[in-house]
Design a protein around this ligand. Structure first.
Ligand SMILES: [Zn+2]
Length: 435
């Protein structure tokens, strides 16, 4: 698919009009006079701005079906209400919920994701159909979700998806995702590491999300979670680890993450919604050299996958909490929400000649994005996902002028509604609906 982006601006502080040539999967040239002999598509428009495609560093895709189901509740009652319904998810529910998530991401300019859930095997076909770049992290947890067969069957599921994607040229990568240090035994965590080493796949883990998690870990093991993982299991050594949240971590844990080149998914909105207090020490992690990426978390705790809106909350929360605007800047947040994840975990560059063409195209012809003094500020502070005009991933158009090319929008929304009702009916039969 040859695509020419004509007379557009690359989002930056002083952008100029330029052209971008995309041939097959890659960006082949960038410059004001660049052209392609007969492009299949030419995208052009006044006030059209582009950025590297946004990347959602942390989500639980099928939880779209729980969007708005449990709000205005403290963490524990919130979890109880969510889990009561979530245990009635089937493989089909996961696939249908994930498809809704892919549709939402494409429509809001997000070209990639790192998921963390069960039944990833049933999500894989829709992930590949969507055309997005992403990671399917097979969740492993003990003592909960026994309907999913316990940790043994979850580990098997992780193995299945890892072997299925081994040596494939798919845009989708497998990961193993132990839920958290306090919800997996040391033995299970070691099995996850062995699996990651065998298949050379990423590891995703929630860590230090709440103060309670950290206090409990400190009491039982003598160490906070990141330090314990490092000391007890050499968890981060020579591995591609994405640690999610890292809200209540100490300076020496930041150094552990930096020394081992770990990535962190910073999820501002879910932390605000569930009100467990604290703020991940993002400026300190950046200074130490940790790759910090932005994620939305699942839609039960967000309630959207709109990465443009997420950037705004992510930056404002830091400024507000630290009494210091500019501690993290708009260009930094944009990098954290786009190129950082691709660079660290897919090991590919963004928006340069020779790079795979993963590009979000925004139409700023809207009142809330004008005038445009600084297009980075416009995207981060004023725009929202609905400003997306088109989305290209790996050289393929996933959305053109607001029309999704890879998924049937109407059918996906309809299926999600029907499946949600089925889940609720199953839960009702078992008296699992919590008001
Ligand atoms: Zn999560």
């Amino acid at each position: 698919m040859d695509i020419l982006l004509k007379n557009i601006k690359i989002i930056s502080e002083k952008p100029t009009l330029t052209n971008i040539a995309i041939e097959d999967q890659n960006i082949t040239a960038i410059g004001p006079n660049v052209t392609i002999p007969s492009p299949e598509y030419t995208i052009t428009g006044k006030r059209f701005y582009i950025s590297p495609a946004l990347m959602n560093a942390h989500t639980h895709l099928p939880m779209t079906l729980l969007r708005g189901y449990s709000d205005d509740l403290p963490l524990f009652p919130w979890l109880q209400k969510i889990w009561a319904l979530e245990r009635h998810f089937t493989k089909e529910s996961c696939s249908i919920g994930a498809e809704l998530a892919f549709l939402e991401m494409i429509k809001s300019g997000c070209g990639g994701f790192a998921d963390f859930y069960f039944n990833e095997d049933s999500i894989l076909p829709v992930a590949e159909k969507s055309g997005l770049r992403g990671v399917l992290g097979a969740g492993v947890i003990e003592g909960a979700f026994l309907e999913q067969g316990g940790e043994k069957s979850m580990l098997n599921e992780a193995k299945t998806i890892a072997s299925k994607l081994e040596n494939q040229s798919s845009l989708i990568k497998a990961a193993v995702a132990p839920h958290a240090p306090h919800t997996c035994s040391e033995e299970t965590l070691q099995k996850c590491l062995d699996l990651a080493d065998k298949y050379n796949i990423m590891i995703i883990i929630h860590a230090s999300e709440t103060r309670e998690d950290v206090i409990n870990m400190q009491k039982t093991s003598g160490y906070p979670p990141i330090e314990w993982l490092d000391k007890q299991l050499s968890f981060f050594t020579n591995r591609d680890v994405l640690a999610v949240h890292c809200v209540w971590i100490q300076q020496r844990e930041i150094e552990i993450l930096a020394n081992h080149n770990a990535g962190v998914a910073y999820c501002a909105v879910s932390g605000q919604k569930l009100a467990y207090g604290g703020l991940a020490p993002v400026p300190e992690m950046i200074s130490a050299g940790v790759t910090v990426c932005v994620g939305t978390d699942g839609t039960a705790s967000n309630n959207t996958l709109d990465m443009v809106r997420e950037m705004r909350s992510a930056i404002n929360l830091i400024s507000h909490n630290r009494w210091n605007p500019g501690l993290v800047t708009a260009p930094q947040i944009l990098d954290m929400a786009s190129r950082s994840f691709r660079k660290r975990f897919f090991k590919i560059p963004s928006l340069t000649e020779g790079a795979p063409a993963d590009i979000s195209i925004f139409d700023f012809n809207t009142p809330h994005t004008n005038p445009i003094h600084n297009s980075v500020s416009t995207l981060v502070y004023s725009a929202n996902g609905s400003n997306t005009h088109s989305l290209i991933v790996n050289g393929k158009l996933l959305m053109l002028n607001g029309v999704v090319q890879t998924l049937n929008e109407e059918r996906v929304i309809e299926n999600a509604e029907i499946e949600t009702q089925k889940i609720k009916d199953r839960a009702k039969k078992k008296s699992d609906i919590i008001q």
